[in-house]
Write a protein that binds this ligand. Structure first.
Ligand code: NAP
Length: 254
């Protein structure tokens, strides 16, 4: 039986990925801070899909809780690792609170790299396994008013592409999923609900993004940009001078 570990499974894209994987009869390990939400989701998925679902509530900005998670699943046969938990922080960099900024870097980058590092050796030994790292179209761009968030996603994107190449022929694949603005709690958490990037726009649902990401992971695609508009954004730095690209992103993110 396959097991998928999903971080950030209590809402949005992670929750929808849990539904997709449950439909495919994969056992699940659901991780996030909100234990009640995870337990409710686990009950629903077990009832509807006859699978095993384990819930592990952890704050993944804290290295000691990440280490405890790794320890808790040491004997599980994890076939799919989905590094989805992440958050954004909207505002001019000099106005941003440092602790929140540091937590964002820890969760979006260090935890993702640590979990990947922990589960890869077993996958390589077995000659199979899939990792889905949720990056963002932001990873292709410099992002005025969300400078650190965009930079964390550039890390996720480049890191994932690099190790996907290292792992060629090993039977293990790594996919960087790059959604654009998507309906979820992300906008409220990151404080960007009023940003021009999202205000008044009809955004894709988390379910659409999750289904797209799952298919890309199963194909072993290295980079998967969701939607044509986001694809255009992702190639901007290749078509125009970087300063112009930065100016355009700053304008649409005001
Ligand atoms: N929505 C977008 O527009 C968009 C676009 C591009 C990329 N993304 C990326 O997609 C991923 C999922 O975001 P989403 O849109 O689904 O947002 P969301 O609805 O806010 O979901 C974020 C998930 O991460 C978990 N999480 C947050 N902080 C955590 C922590 N300290 N420890 C453990 N879990 C934590 C949350 O659970 P708890 O609160 O229960 O901990 C939640 O399950 C993120 O990496 C985000 O950067 C989103």
């Amino acid at each position: 039986m396959r097991t998928a570990l999903i971080t950030g499974a209590s809402s949005g894209i992670g929750l929808e990925l849990a539904h997709v994987l449950a439909d495919e009869k994969s056992d699940l390990i659901l991780v996030a801070r909100n234990k009640e939400k995870l337990l409710a989701l686990a009950e629903e998925l077990k009832r509807n899909n006859a699978i095993n679902v384990k819930v592990i509530a952890k704050d993944l900005t804290k290295p000691e809780e990440v280490a405890a998670l790794i320890d808790e699943v040491r004997n599980d046969n994890i076939q799919y690792l989905i590094n989805n938990a992440g958050f954004g922080y909207f505002g001019a960099y000099h106005d941003c609170d440092w602790k929140t900024t540091q937590d964002m870097m820890e969760l979006n980058m260090t935890t993702l790299a640590h979990l990947t590092h922990s589960f890869l050796p077993k996958m390589i030994e077995k000659g199979s396994g899939k990792i889905l790292n949720v990056a963002s179209v932001a990873g292709f761009l410099p992002g005025p008013n969300m400078a650190v968030y965009y930079a964390t996603k550039a890390f996720v994107l480049h890191f994932s592409e690099a190790i996907a190449q290292e792992l060629k022929g090993s039977g293990v694949t790594v996919t960087a999923l790059c959604p654009g603005p998507t309906q979820s709690q992300f906008m409220d958490v990151s404080g960007m609900a009023q940003s021009k990037l999202v205000k008044g726009r009809k955004l894709p649902t988390s379910k659409q993004v999750a289904e797209y990401g799952y298919k890309a992971m199963m194909r072993g695609q290295h980079v998967a940009v969701h939607g044509w508009g986001n694809f255009v954004l992702s190639v901007l730095p290749r078509l125009f001078p970087r300063r112009l690209t930065t100016w355009v992103v700053g304008l649409i993110q005001k």
